[in-house]
Design a protein. Structure first.
Length: 155
């Protein structure tokens, strides 16, 4: 399966400090990209697979939870939940990926990024109607009534 997703997503984390010395906040930009065999992955593009077979993705998305920046002595929470949709129709948009921006993040040295794929247990016990319309968990397309659960990833 060496040609299967070599990189499900590449994260480019950029922390931009503000230009003024007296300001103590910045912007964090997280960019998710899907790649296959080192190339941007877009939907309905046929890719080689094992034993002469071919593979085609028609959709690729996931719920990402508990986005946090790691720092000495703790974490800086960015977001509880984010719907990352990597279903791009062409290679130009696939190259750009899916970008999430967080403003007013305390400017300091961070050592990493932490997040989970899926929905934390406490939020997964809720239903789409429990959330405001701007929350990703209000999307009924990512909730399976028969399982009383969210769909964590669509591939």
């Amino acid at each position: 399966m060496k040609y299967l997703l070599v990189t499900l997503f590449a994260l480019n984390l950029v922390i931009l400090s503000s230009c003024k010395e007296d300001e103590e906040v910045g912007t964090v930009i997280i960019n998710f990209k899907a790649e296959y065999d080192g190339e941007p992955l877009h939907t309905f593009d046929t890719k080689p697979f094992e034993n002469g077979q071919q593979l085609q993705f028609t959709h690729l998305s996931m719920l990402v939870a508990d986005l946090q920046l790691l720092k000495s002595g703790g974490v800086e929470s960015l977001d509880d939940i984010e719907l990352v949709n990597l279903s791009f129709a062409d290679s130009l948009t696939a190259v750009d990926g899916y970008t999430v921006r967080f403003n007013d993040v305390p400017a300091q040295a961070y050592t990493g990024l932490s997040f989970g794929i899926g929905v934390p247990q406490d939020l997964n016990a809720m239903v789409p109607a429990d959330f405001q319309s701007n929350n990703p968990l209000s999307n009924t397309g990512y909730y399976w009534i028969g399982w009383n659960s969210y769909i964590f990833q669509k591939t």
